[in-house]
Design a protein around this ligand. Structure first.
Ligand SMILES: C[S@@+](CC[C@H](N)C(=O)[O-])C[C@H]1O[C@@H](n2cnc3c(N)ncnc32)[C@H](O)[C@@H]1O
Length: 207
């Protein structure tokens, strides 16, 4: 059955996110994606970076079914594992041990503003436990800077999120980075992306 979902934003941001991933110079190993949604990013990046294994995940069954269908549709069954059921708030995350051995980075695209603040805290807490020195967490999405919205469109987006769920909303980059630092990371690079988004690379500096 074809359960593929189509998220329009992934069409718009996949190329620029792919360029950031090229700069990181991904090594052989596993990239764990948290909150993969439709799975469109996963299959695109798996094809762009054949040396890595892209491990998608999402807590929603409809999204995991879509990811599986995208893997089928793109003929990636021999390369890409099936999505994991990971809710960042349900710790410890259930990750197969063979994946853990090869894990080299964790990526989350447009997730932390569509989840409670606790999800950001736990994203870094768990990532800090799973990743080793030199490995990375990359976030992509809109952020507040200095606790201020950087554009009118981000402000409107923030209000619309809060109307859907009072615990959602754009996160302040400084506060997000504090959580990263608490868990052994430094903010290595902040990259301005199209449409008032950022990519942020956090590098684990503790063992
Ligand atoms: C806006 S979508 C982004 C999906 C995809 N990353 C993209 O860019 O198209 C947010 C995703 O975060 C996931 N999500 C929400 N709460 C989560 C949680 N507690 N743990 C993990 N993922 C979560 C949702 O299921 C959804 O797939």
């Amino acid at each position: 059955m074809d359960n593929r979902l189509f998220f329009p934003a992934t069409e718009r941001n996949r190329q620029s996110i792919g360029e950031v991933l090229s700069k990181i110079q991904l090594k052989r190993g596993v990239i764990l994606e948290i909150g993969s949604g439709s799975g469109e990013h996963g299959v695109v990046f798996q094809k762009c970076f054949p040396e890595i294994t892209w491990q998608s995940s999402d807590p929603e069954l409809i999204h995991r079914n879509s990811i599986s269908s995208w893997i089928d549709h793109e003929d990636l069954n021999l390369k890409m594992p099936q999505p994991l059921d990971i809710d960042v708030e349900k710790t410890p995350w259930a990750i197969p041990s063979e994946l853990l051995i090869s894990l080299q980075g964790i990526i989350s695209i447009n997730m932390i503003h569509i989840a409670s603040w606790n999800c950001t805290k736990l994203l870094f807490k768990e990532s800090g436990k799973l990743l080793k020195k030199g490995q990375f967490v990359m976030l992509y999405g809109p952020f507040k800077i200095g606790n201020k919205q950087i554009s009118q469109s981000n402000n409107l987006f923030d209000s619309s999120l809060k109307m859907q769920n009072k615990f959602w909303g754009l996160r302040d980059l400084g506060e997000v980075s504090e959580e990263a630092i608490k868990n052994g990371f430094i903010k290595e690079e902040l990259i301005c992306m199209p449409a008032n988004n950022f990519s942020v690379i956090y590098r684990k500096v503790s063992l």
